[in-house]
Write a new protein. Structure first.
Length: 319
């Protein structure tokens, strides 16, 4: 199934979703499950993310006039030891939700930042490849970047294809399943550069969060919404309702052959009070997702069929 999970420290229960047939899984800071997943579930792509302090965001290097090549080299140098200590992870994310992607395309400074970031990601892919690794570029926060900025990031997408990498995106819903389609969930469908480049997409974070929602709701994580769903008459079982929202998204992803899968945020919380509101551990949500995964028909693994589908999409997409 295209629904996977992001496993944070303390979220080992997420392995059950992998066992149900998830095509993607993301490990953050604690990579102890990587060997087991690769051994027992080789069809599941394991992504690694190393958490860094905010001052390590390359937006700070950009503001100091550092070249993207140098910034990317510093980034890889900081993380190389963990790469070597965790050989069962071959695909690594870069900066998480960088400030370089924020702002409107009408601002020349914003365009310069995005162009700089594309070059940063290209160099990071090259350096990862020199270590025998692959990368996930982008990892933009939900609703970003401005759609008109994507042409300036397209060289990074093309480099990801050349270096067997991926594009990573975060997509969240606001209070109701499917609300805000195109603005937050399934926003990738509004980016012609994705299909035109041929890059494979990973939704590296997905769930409910504080994005625009319907009137009468205060948006937030699924645990923040549970009482509201009951009060509005949406459901008497918030955990089932949340799982069904995730399943709706997973079914949409199945329509797009260039999307590998999505990582639900999250299993585990690493002791972070904000992340605890997203944590599915201790709920019935994993059980509902496992039931869904076990009853899905097999995924199409034929690469020729995937190539044909991408070719057709490219022919229908304006350049």
């Amino acid at each position: 199934m295209k629904l996977g999970v992001q496993i944070l420290p303390g979220g080992g229960d997420g392995i059950r979703i992998v066992q149900a047939g998830a095509r993607v899984c993301k490990l953050v800071d604690d990579f102890g499950l990587a060997a087991q997943i690769r051994r027992d579930h080789p069809a599941c792509l394991v992504i690694g993310r190393i958490v860094e302090d905010a001052e390590c965001d390359p937006v700070n290097d950009y503001q100091r006039g550092i070249s993207p090549e140098t910034s990317a080299a510093w980034f890889i140098e900081r993380q190389t030891d963990k790469y070597r200590l965790n050989p069962d992870i071959e695909v690594w994310e870069g900066p998480n939700e960088t400030g370089l992607s924020h702002g409107a395309a009408g601002d020349p400074e914003v365009v310069n930042r995005m162009t700089w970031y594309a070059s940063f990601e290209i160099w990071r892919l090259v350096l990862l490849e020199s270590l025998g690794l692959r990368g996930v570029v982008g990892n933009f926060s939900t609703g970003t970047p401005d759609l008109a900025l994507w042409p300036h990031f397209k060289p990074a997408l093309e480099s990801a294809v050349a270096h067997s990498g991926y594009l990573g995106l975060h997509e969240y819903m606001g209070a109701k399943p499917g609300f805000g389609v195109g603005d937050n969930p399934l926003r990738y469908r509004n980016v012609p550069e994705i299909v035109a480049s041929g890059v494979k997409v990973l939704i590296t974070e997905f769930g409910f969060d504080r994005v625009q929602g319907p009137p009468g709701y205060v948006t937030g994580a699924w645990r923040d919404l549970a009482d509201q769903w009951i009060a509005h008459g949406d459901t008497t079982d918030p955990e089932r309702y949340c799982a069904d929202a995730y399943i709706w998204y997973g079914e949409e992803l199945r329509k797009d052959p260039y999307v590998v899968g999505a990582c639900i945020f999250s299993s585990g919380n690493a002791g972070n009070d904000i992340w605890k509101r997203h944590d599915i551990v201790g709920s019935k949500i994993p059980d509902y997702l496992i039931e869904y995964g076990q009853n899905l028909p097999p995924m199409e693994d034929n690469m020729a069929a995937l190539t044909d589908a991408l070719t057709k999409l490219k022919s229908e997409t304006p350049m």
